[in-house]
Design a protein around this ligand. Structure first.
Ligand SMILES: C[S@@+](CC[C@H](N)C(=O)[O-])C[C@H]1O[C@@H](n2cnc3c(N)ncnc32)[C@H](O)[C@@H]1O
Length: 257
């Protein structure tokens, strides 16, 4: 059992995670990604389709610190933080508002601490205690991130890059704007607490199997808006070559914060 400063006790679940999400901090009974989305995400990661992204994150220079403390906010099923916890020595904590995601993460990755919490409210992490915060395709809370990070810490943000999954989006007749602006938007939203220090682009092509296509659609809510017919046609494809593109941003706390 763990407790908070106000004396409230919280049980440690059998999988090893802690649920700190109080009922007034959530809008629905089961907030965040649901079980089917989480399982599809886990299968998609396990298939290796995002392995180049995972390798690029794990080998980033910002993790080359002794006894590093890392928070993954919106960690999902724990793929990225789990890999970091296996590669480095230190303290690794993942939080997500989805209990199912945290359950799955804590079952697989035992070298990290996993917490159900709302990352868009008060994050249950001490002031100036983290060397790195990672936020991959997840909501960002710059005010709380700047409170939690050490003054020489770093915030690593991953957003979809130009032409990400463009072939799949075309097949799904998905007309939303491309992702060109995502990185700039992230930098603007994180100011004035953070300033951008480094930006890198990762792009590669991958042939997806029928199972991978189905999982990608399942784990990506924007695709659900496409028509039933377009989705049915894509699901019938034996394979599809797609461009995978991410922009990784490293931001530093602005001076005086
Ligand atoms: C697209 S998934 C990305 C998950 C993970 N970072 C990854 O790349 O595999 C977004 C995640 O953010 C979580 N999320 C959404 N709102 C959140 C919030 N307010 N606090 C914490 N997590 C949240 C969802 O439950 C989901 O797991």
């Amino acid at each position: 059992m763990v407790g908070c400063a106000n004396g409230h006790p919280f049980n440690v679940a059998k999988e090893g995670y802690v649920n700190l999400l109080l009922s007034h901090q959530r809008k629905s009974k089961n907030p965040g990604d649901d079980a089917e989305m989480i399982k599809a995400r886990r299968r998609f990661f396990d298939s290796g389709a995002f392995a180049p992204l995972s390798d690029r994150i794990s080998n980033s220079a910002i993790f080359q610190r002794p006894d590093i403390a890392v928070l993954d906010c919106g960690c999902g099923e724990g793929h990225f933080l789990g890999a970091l916890s296996e590669q480095y020595e230190g303290f690794f904590c993942g939080i997500d508002i989805s209990k199912k995601a945290v359950q799955l993460a804590s079952k697989r990755h035992k070298r990290a601490a996993w917490v159900v919490a709302n990352g868009m409210r008060d994050i249950p992490i001490a002031d100036a205690s983290m060397d790195v915060i990672i936020s991959i395709l997840a909501p960002r809370n710059p005010l709380e991130f700047s409170r939690i990070l050490k003054p020489n810490g770093a915030l690593l943000i991953g957003v979809p890059g130009p032409n990400h999954l463009i072939q799949l989006r075309k097949q799904l007749q998905f007309t939303a704007a491309d992702f060109n602006e995502k990185a700039d938007e992230a930098t603007v939203k994180c100011s004035p607490q953070f300033i951008e220090n480094h930006r890198e682009q990762l792009s590669y092509e991958q042939t997806l199997s029928q199972e991978q296509i189905a999982d990608l659609i399942q784990m990506t809510p924007i695709f659900w808006r496409s028509s039933h017919e377009a989705k049915a046609a894509v699901m019938k494809l034996d394979q599809l070559m797609v461009s995978i593109s991410f922009t990784l941003l490293t931001l530093m706390p602005a001076q005086g914060d």
